[in-house]
Design a protein around this ligand. Structure first.
Ligand code: HAM
Length: 403
């Protein structure tokens, strides 16, 4: 028997219903904030991710579904959504056009990671990208949007924020950090030795506990921000305070993708086990330029939908639509016709099998229908249909033509 690939799951009810409800809710809220739906291909040139997510990241270094296609192109399944959106933004010349562009998207992403609870090889993200606003006010707005989505779904969270500095302060900080790592070369793990050479700040989120205790004394990015980055960070904190959004500053929050500068943030949940990040994002003011577009400030985030599914509080499903049944085979053409007319406006479940009255009522209850409509011998002769409102417990017999 052929099985699905490791880390790639099928989605049936009730998860599928939760997924749909998530997309509906997040879409409604994103639109309220002025974002429009966007869709990019799942397959892109490998170079796109190498240049944006970064060669030193785990995602590009170890986790890409990369292959040579039949036309000898080096391609890969997207491991995340931002790079594709930025590629499309430049390709459509929106960078040259200027102005503000706010987009949202959702769909599957692929990372060849070691599967475990909350960590899949094919997973789904809901993402938001905003282009053209340099002010940190947009960063705060995006965080508020994300909080609105989580609140609407009844999901608790902890928000962590950090500033990663910009081209003015990051190089100096990087040098200080590298000097610190040089001094402690013998104490750091092999991975951190490699990171020191490729992208030193990534050492800060090393999972190794002895590295972690060492880095508690490492120079802090937060204390090395330039004036612009520092005042932006202060403004972000003030805006979050004003809007009653709780946060913690995590100076070791560096994110796993290389394109960030200034604001970085992550939402975590303590209810879903080790893979606790439910959403992450930040500012990436240099990425458009880096992919050969015109310099454009940008900020965005993505939510990991699978990690949210079990946390979603679904609204109680109300009784809906019609269940239509017949008590004998002669009634079947009549209920088929009645159902077809009713489907123009309502959800309809037709029971093809003839059943007695009691069993039809049970069937209507099972599919959570609001109305149970039945045609028996009498109704057939009188050209009527019997209807029970299962919510208000009222019943009536009406002419089938008026159904
Ligand atoms: P990311 O932090 O790599 O950011 O992913 C965002 C979210 O996707 C994570 O917080 C997590 O919930 C979910 N996720 C990541 N990997 C997996 C996995 N293997 N299995 C299940 N869920 C996973 C990005 O992807 C950026 N593109 C976000 C962004 C948008 N930054 C700016 N704009």
């Amino acid at each position: 028997m052929i099985q699905s690939l490791r880390g790639m799951n099928d989605m049936f009810s009730p998860d599928a219903e939760r997924y749909e409800y998530f997309i509906e809710t997040a879409t409604t809220i994103a639109k309220r904030y002025g974002f429009s739906f966007f869709e990019a291909p799942i397959l892109e040139e490998t170079a796109l991710f190498k240049r944006s997510v970064g060669e030193s990241s785990d995602i590009v270094g170890k986790e890409m579904y990369q292959f040579i296609d039949k036309g000898e192109n080096d391609v890969c399944l997207r491991p995340e959504g931002t790079a594709g959106v930025v590629r499309a933004f430049i390709q459509k010349k929106l960078d040259k056009q200027g102005g503000i562009h706010r987009l949202f998207y959702h769909g599957p992403m692929f990372r060849y990671e070691r599967p475990q609870k909350g960590r899949l090889r094919q997973f789904h993200q809901f993402g938001i990208e905003s282009f053209g606003v340099a002010s940190v006010v947009e960063d705060a707005t995006l965080i508020m949007l994300l909080v609105d989505i989580l609140n609407a779904l009844g999901i608790g969270y902890k928000l962590e924020i950090n500033s990663l500095g910009d081209q003015h302060c990051m190089p100096d900080y990087r040098n200080k950090l590298v000097s610190f790592l040089d001094e402690h070369e013998s104490e750091i793990c092999e991975d951190c030795k490699r990171r020191k050479a490729t992208n030193p700040i990534r050492v800060l989120d090393c999972k190794n506990s002895s590295c972690q205790s060492l880095y508690a004394n490492a120079p802090k990015l937060m204390q090395n921000l330039c004036e612009g980055c520092e005042s932006d960070f202060e403004q972000l904190k003030a805006l979050l305070d004003d809007n009653n959004i709780d946060y913690e500053i995590n100076t070791h929050l560096v994110r796993g993708l290389d394109y960030y500068s200034k604001t970085a943030f992550e939402f975590v949940s303590d209810e879903i086990g080790a893979q606790s990040a439910i959403a992450g994002g930040g500012r990436y003011d240099r990425l458009v330029e880096f992919l050969d577009g015109r310099e454009t400030p940008a900020v965005g985030f993505a939510m990991g939908i699978e990690r949210l599914l079990e946390l979603i509080k679904m609204p109680e499903s109300a009784r809906e639509g019609y269940y239509i049944g017949t008590m004998d085979d002669e009634g079947l053409p009549i209920i088929m016709k009645a159902a077809q007319a009713k489907r123009k406006s309502d959800k309809v479940t037709v029971e093809y099998k003839s059943k007695n009255f009691k069993n039809h009522l049970k069937g209507a209850d099972k599919v959570n229908a609001r109305y149970c409509a039945i045609v028996g011998e009498n109704e057939r002769n009188d050209k009527t249909i019997w209807i029970k409102d299962l919510l208000n417990k009222t019943e009536e017999t009406i002419a089938i033509d008026n159904f």
